[in-house]
Design a binder for this molecule. Sequence first.
Ligand code: FES
Length: 114
Amino acid sequence: MDGSIAGQTAWVEVCRLEEIPRQGSRVVATAARGEVALFRALDDAVFALEDRCPHKGGPLSQGIVHGHAVTCPLHNWVIDLASGEAVAPDKGCAPRIPVRVEAGRVLLALGGRG
Ligand code: FES
């Protein structure tokens, strides 16, 4: 690998970038974090959140992606994809999973904290 892996973080390849629709999402099932929603913005930025809205658990992966945010399909909360935080006036946070794209491969940090 590239030597930047410190040892405690296990980066796991979950799919390829082109398997996530632009301005869309894809769900991957993980043992460590359950269902993880991967989001790909128009500018190809990729984000990963647990696929549960902080409001009432709606499937964020089925929401509308706009900019670096997603609107929950159930009650229209807007969740910032980079932080997982609900946009004011709503309050809550969808847990983030560290994600990176390397040579077209999407990797999640799934090791260590479950
Ligand atoms: S469950 Fe997402 S806005 Fe209510």
